[in-house]
Design a binder for this molecule. Structure first.
Ligand code: ATP
Ligand code: MG
Length: 424
């Protein structure tokens, strides 16, 4: 058989129920903070990403799925969502009218990276983006929102790492100092030797152990922040403290994308090995203009859904607790009866299944068990004659006859009783 592409996984049931649960909780929390959903194309012009993320970044220089379409225009499968959200906001005039605009989006991203635990070529993000205001209160709110989602999903241990990357003016001064520091260093990797002159900030993001070692003594951007940027950052931290958020101020934190200004953050969780970042984000006040748009400050975050699901406690994700009913038909006449009952139960909002394979009672009961049915309704010749179905509760194996026309009400009653008992 033809196989899936390397690094692109199938997400299978029952695991998909956990994914749905995560998405549902995220949607609910977004709504609490006034975010509304935006759905975007997966394909964009390559230029959108090259100009926003930055040509020297790993993403643009080696990780994008780019190809010419049939007319020869270069298109790219989106490696991240922020640039697309911003494009859509400006293109559709959502930025008009002033004030803060809050949007969220969910979906797959594509990066040609080396597949390993927590790293895939198609992976999923939950993105929140807020536009129109450069106030530090918005930065704090966005971070609170991110942590709120993660906490409600019961992510146990996590650490918030935060830094300020300054405005373009701070960055120009810092890059000059960093460049000066790097120019005399021996042994930087090939990429970094090039980047130290083209885009020195990118060297800080290098994954090579050797480069990291060299960078230990490098200047930090904190020492180059202008008064406005320093005050902005101080206010963000003050608000985080006020709302009881434990953060780790990390003056050396940088992100893998060029567009970040001022606040930048990451959430890391233990148990993920080397790929320990569950979410990342930051402010990107110059991005809109970089793309040829109006001045439009903003910030956002992306949660890596694949990694998040890896670290969430498994037992909490019991969306499979749905009350299921299974119909067992023994013989052709019973099957006819069951077909009617099947639709009747569904009309009553009871999740009901049956197997049309005419298998033995034993085989059908064990299938009901595999499917996690809480209740099995058995109809054979005897039952047809008596006008009653046998209703069996799987947990206790308690079984009783119930007249056909009373079956839906009886099962509803059983369901309520069971859910009340298990909902401690
Ligand atoms: P990393 O340093 O781990 O490569 P990143 O800085 O490239 O992460 P972002 O672009 O900020 O990541 O994306 C936000 C989140 O998306 C990450 O924190 C991570 O959880 C997730 N993510 C990024 N790349 C991948 C991938 N290839 N596979 C799975 N999840 C990913
Ligand atoms: Mg990366």
């Amino acid at each position: 058989m033809i196989k899936a592409i390397r690094g692109m996984r199938d997400l299978l049931p029952p695991e998909t129920a956990r994914w749905q649960w995560v998405e549902q909780v995220a949607r609910e929390v977004f709504a609490l903070y006034g975010y509304r959903e935006i759905r975007l194309p997966l394909l964009e012009r390559t230029e959108l990403f090259a100009r926003s993320i930055g040509a020297d970044t790993d993403i643009v220089s080696k990780e994008m799925y780019s190809f010419p379409d049939r007319k020869g225009e270069s298109l790219t499968l989106r490696p991240e969502a922020t640039a697309s959200v911003l494009r859509a906001v400006v293109e559709n005039g959502l930025d008009k009218g002033g004030g803060v605009k809050k949007l969220y989006t969910l979906g797959p991203m594509f990066r040609y990276e080396r597949p390993q635990k927590g790293r895939y070529r198609q992976f999923y993000q939950i993105n929140g983006e807020a536009f129109g205001v450069d106030a530090p209160e918005l930065d704090a709110e966005v971070i609170l929102l991110l942590l709120d989602i993660l906490q409600r999903l019961q992510l146990g241990e996590m650490r918030l790492l935060i830094n300020s990357l300054g405005c373009p003016e701070c960055q120009v001064k810092f890059k000059a100092a960093l460049g000066l520091f790097l120019i005399s260093r021996e042994g930087l990797c090939e990429d970094c030797q090039r980047r130290r002159t083209t885009n020195a900030l990118r060297v800080l993001d290098c994954k090579s152990v050797h480069c990291k070692e060299i960078l230990k003594d490098a200047p930090v951007i904190r020492d180059y922040l202008c008064a406005d940027c320093a005050a902005h950052f101080a206010r963000v931290l003050e608000l985080l403290r006020r709302f009881g958020v434990a953060y780790e101020d990390q003056p050396r934190l940088v992100r893998g994308l060029d567009y970040y200004t001022r606040t930048a953050f990451e959430v890391v969780a233990p148990g993920l090995g080397a790929q320990d970042a569950v979410a990342g984000g930051g402010r990107y006040d110059g991005l809109s203009q970089q793309l040829g748009g109006p001045a439009l400050p903003g910030l956002g975050f992306a949660i890596g859904q694949d990694r998040l699901l890896e670290v969430l406690p498994r037992e909490l994700l019991g969306r499979d607790r749905e009350y299921k009913v299974f119909l067992v038909a023994l013989g052709e006449a019973a099957k006819e009866k069951c077909l009617n009952l099947l639709q009747k139960l569904r009309e009553n909002n009871l999740a009901t299944e049956m197997d049309f394979g005419n298998r033995s009672l034993k085989a059908q009961i064990s299938q009901a068990d595999r499917l996690g049915a809480a209740c099995v309704i058995i109809i054979g010749e005897m039952e047809l004659k008596d006008g009653k179905a046998q209703i069996r509760e799987m947990a206790t194996a308690y079984q009783q006859p119930v007249p056909f026309n009373e079956v839906p009400d009886h099962v509803k009653w059983l369901k309520d009783k069971t859910l009340a008992e298990t909902n401690v």
